[in-house]
Design a binder for this molecule. Structure first.
Ligand code: ADP
Ligand code: MG
Length: 317
């Protein structure tokens, strides 16, 4: 028997209320989630990937209890958010997309206040340990306003973990942060996951999802268009490309029934796209040589998530 999922989302719909437009007109309510269903396995680092406006924050904010869903059901750690909001909330820690702190609290106070909010008795609080974990121990008593952007992000992660939830959700944790900080946050997230925390993160960076997540769901225009182990998703990009530079000008573009697109620049360069299930790069080169191409240089390009994403979003319209 597989264990219970950490999060179960079933046919989730969110339509934002209509807004008032100019001159008394009404702008129709935006359908942000059009019936989304998926499960987050316990222990996973689960990536919710999608372009801006896809509906990621709407979904996270429903988990957080900040946005009311229109219909569908959500269970967090087995607790239904309608019937058992309190227990559902206790099972999840959320790092919001926007950074908001009272600038006059220190990191230590931010965590203590949050512990107070959850009614955690002083003896059971772990503010010091959390500051240590996110490497802010030396900023314990600094004003929040004096922290760098990266430090604030880390403090938000600590704040989300104050009540020791089994699930941590991060909404675009690395949007607009530099490479070093991104690495730091990835390390922190991996560390928490190794300690047993189930992680959900949203991102519009493909490489982030590919590097960090063991399972990825792709959402586009409020609909789920993929939900697979990362490896399988990357494997979905079946096309590979071999680019060849010939030693002499080519008389004609090479052709073969098993080739996909052949792009020929009319001189010495040719790019052959092929299905990796049908051919290997070596076979492509052999075919080119049979057709009289003397190969001076070769490069190949591996499929990546970018290709999958483009393919899926294109086919989903
Ligand atoms: P993402 O986080 O993937 O960028 P969002 O969930 O923020 O996407 O937004 C999804 C869609 O819902 C967008 O079209 C956005 O404009 C719309 N939307 C988000 N918040 C609101 C709101 N409070 N009122 C009306 N429309 C909203
Ligand atoms: Mg968002």
């Amino acid at each position: 028997m597989p264990s219970e999922p950490a999060i179960r989302i079933d046919n989730l719909v969110k339509r934002y209320a209509p807004a008032k437009g100019a001159k008394g007109s009404v702008i129709e309510g935006k359908l942000a989630l059009g019936g989304v269903s998926f499960e987050v396995p316990e222990g996973a680092i689960f990536g919710l990937l999608g372009p801006n406006g896809a509906g990621k924050s709407t979904l996270i904010n429903i988990l957080a209890g900040l946005v009311n869903k229109t219909s569908g059901s959500v269970e967090i750690w087995g607790f239904d958010i309608d019937r058992d909001r309190r227990n559902a909330s206790r099972a999840i820690g959320i790092v919001p997309q926007e950074i908001v702190f009272d600038p006059f609290f220190t990191p230590y106070e931010v965590l203590e206040n949050q512990a107070g909010f959850y009614g955690i008795p002083a003896a059971l609080r772990r503010s010091e340990a959390l500051l240590e974990a996110v490497r802010l121990a030396d900023k314990r008593d600094a004003y929040a306003r004096s922290l760098s952007g990266g430090m604030k992000r880390r403090l938000l992660v600590a704040k989300a973990m104050v009540h020791a939830p089994p699930i941590l959700v991060l909404d675009e944790p690395t949007a607009g942060v530099d490479v070093d900080l991104r690495r730091q946050l990835w390390e922190l997230v991996s560390q928490l996951n190794r300690e047993g925390v189930t992680v959900v993160l949203t991102t519009h960076y493909l490489e982030e999802a590919e590097e960090l997540c063991d399972r990825i769901a792709i959402i586009n225009h409020g609909r789920l268009i993929a939900n697979k182990p990362t490896r399988e998703l990357v494997d979905m990009a079946r096309e590979k490309i071999v680019a060849v530079t010939a030693a002499a000008d080519l008389a004609a573009a090479p052709a073969h029934p098993d080739f996909g697109r052949v792009q020929w620049d009319g001189a010495r360069g040719v790019e052959v796209t092929y299905d990796k299930d049908r051919l290997s790069a070596g076979q492509v080169l052999a075919i080119l040589q049979e057709q009289g191409v003397t190969i001076a240089d070769v490069t190949t390009r591996e499929a990546d998530l970018e290709d999958v994403f483009v393919q899926l979003t294109a086919s989903a319209g």
